[in-house]
Design a protein around this ligand. Structure first.
Ligand code: FAD
Length: 497
């Protein structure tokens, strides 16, 4: 018999509870360990995975294969499209082929993924195969941070306070699984033959997830694959950038954030590793200490918060608003306005710069995610779910919990979200967060030569003839009109209930 580790959104060796448990148990029972990854384009497309994210996954899969080989563990890669079976059935088929006695994996929290994992468990158990699964996505297990009444928190600061108390008290941040043990037992002949037949890691995908060469090249440069790269980024951030994070994080022209999100979303690094390293850098303080560091820790806790919300309120991953009373809002479905937003031609330079950054890099600065999302929902009055999907389809760090949480925060429909009457003014956001206009100049080349206030508001600041020469659109909507429209419609819709 063998022990089989099914890798999913956890393409790493360190701090991987499923891998560590499998190798420890295998060493104790003299059983060989073997690993599996499923390429499931249908499921990925169904969940709006961006081609740039699929490419990132495959690049990291190749790194994982090498790291596993160093532990003498073979990686089987099965393409779901080839055999007409679903993921659960494929895992069972592989388990049979390699004579697995136990299948190990780390859990995922989205509704479909939970169903898939449950089904896999049922099929395997019916076939007499044991199952062992683990929580690796949050520092604190979902369901373990609760109010005195045993209810989930709906306010971040309160969640954070209890989270910090529990983590510090139980030293959860320091509880890493033991390093995985190298496999020392030879695979049975049948398992070796199966692994030989299914060992190719695809480097490219077709049918809907192909990435054009220029984008693939840029992504490889900006986000190189691998666990070592993720840890090098973390160290670089904590030693060189974190001190100034509290102020630099809102200035998109500066490289003030960690840019770890793709690595966290695909499980190349864990939030526990991030928190543990940040605490060390901050004299063991979650709060206080260096302001930049405690602010960063707080942002990583937001990540846990949104995952806990996803588990406690699964409706948010089923296209539903967290605040059900907001489902009455008569959002618009205006294709032209949506196209202008998504292509970065709304006539608001800061908004357009953000969307163009997303379209070309597959990544967008947090401040711009907030500004562009709020602009779509509150200025254009479009259904936030259209924007949420667009982000997922383009982000290299696309992550249901964070993306949905972020969108609902901006639209005023979410848990502990921005109040409905807080409507960012895109012009003041621009002058505040990009005072010199450098970020706009980088992403909106039509405006690159503008100086002073005109970079933020070319339509309002330049003589008409000058403006027309730019080849840049006039604002698609007037901010004051949009603000009144949103406030009136929101109040009316919520009152109707
Ligand atoms: P840093 O500032 O260095 O933060 C470190 C890590 O903390 C991030 O990598 C992320 O994992 C977590 N984090 C930071 N801010 C938040 C936040 N507001 N909510 C939850 N976690 C956070 N993040 C994603 O990972 N995937 C998404 O699909 C995603 N979509 C978003 C959509 C909208 C509308 C908004 C407003 C935010 C979204 N975010 C998303 C959160 C945030 O914008 C990104 O995590 C951040 O910009 C990534 O850059 P970084 O790694 O340099 O972040």
């Amino acid at each position: 018999g063998t022990s089989l580790v099914w890798f999913k959104a956890d393409l790493r060796i360190k701090d991987n509870p499923a891998l560590s448990a499998a190798t420890a148990a295998a060493a104790a029972t003299s059983r060989p360990v073997i690993a599996l990854f499923l390429v499931n384009v249908g499921e990925w497309l169904g969940h709006d995975m961006a081609p740039i994210r699929a490419d990132f996954l495959l690049r990291n899969l190749a790194c994982l294969k090498k790291s596993l080989a160093a532990l003498n563990i073979r990686l089987i890669v099965r393409n779901i499209e080839e055999n007409g079976l679903d993921s659960s059935e494929t895992v069972a088929e592989v388990a049979r082929a390699v004579d697995a006695r136990t299948v190990y994996w780390n859990r995922e929290f989205e509704v479909d993924e939970r169903k898939r994992d449950k089904k896999t468990e049922t099929i395997l158990k019916a076939a007499g195969v044991e199952v062992a699964h683990f929580q690796d996505q949050c520092v604190m297990d979902p369901g373990s941070v609760l109010t005195k009444e045993g209810k989930p928190y709906k306010v971040f600061t309160k969640f954070k306070y209890t989270w910090i108390t529990l983590v510090v008290r139980n030293r959860v941040h320091a509880q890493f699984p033991p390093a995985p043990v190298a496999n020392s037992v030879e695979l049975p002949a049948a398992a070796t033959a199966y692994a030989d037949a299914h060992s190719d890691c695809p480097t490219k995908l077709d049918t809907g997830l192909q990435l054009d060469e220029a984008k693939a090249k840029a992504a490889r440069e900006m986000f190189p694959a691998g666990e070592d790269e993720a840890h090098a980024r973390l160290t670089h951030f904590l030693t060189d950038k974190a001190r100034k994070y509290d102020s630099a994080r809102d200035l998109p022209a500066s490289d003030g954030t960690s840019s770890l999100s793709p690595y966290l979303s695909s499980g190349i690094i864990t939030s526990r590793q991030c928190i543990s390293a940040a605490l060390k850098a901050n004299n063991n303080k979650m709060e206080g200490g260096t302001e930049g560091l405690s602010k960063w820790i707080s942002e990583v806790i937001w990540r846990d918060f949104y995952r806990h919300i996803l588990v406690e309120f699964p409706r948010v991953s089923k296209n539903r608003a967290f605040k059900s009373e907001t489902e009455n809002i008569p959002w618009l479905y205006d294709d032209e306005a949506f196209a202008a937003w998504s292509e970065g031609r709304t006539g608001y330079p800061f908004v357009d710069a953000g969307m163009r950054q997303l379209n070309s890099l597959g990544w967008m600065h947090n401040r711009l995610r907030m500004v562009t999302a709020m602009f779509l929902a509150k200025n254009l009055f479009l259904d936030w779910k259209m924007g949420e999907r667009y982000f997922m389809r383009h982000l290299i760090d696309g992550d249901l919990a964070n993306n949905n949480g972020g969108w609902q925060w901006c639209a005023g429909t979410g848990v502990d979200c921005a109040p409905y009457f807080r409507i960012f003014n895109p012009l003041s956001q621009s002058t505040k967060c990009d005072p010199k206009g450098d970020y706009i100049r980088r992403w909106v080349p039509e405006l690159a030569k503008l100086k002073g206030k005109a970079i933020h508001d070319p339509y309002g600041e330049l003589p008409k003839a000058e403006f027309l020469k730019l080849g840049y659109p006039a604002p698609i909507v007037d901010h004051k009109f949009a603000r009144d429209r949103f406030l009136t419609a929101f109040k009316l819709a919520v009152k109707k209930l």
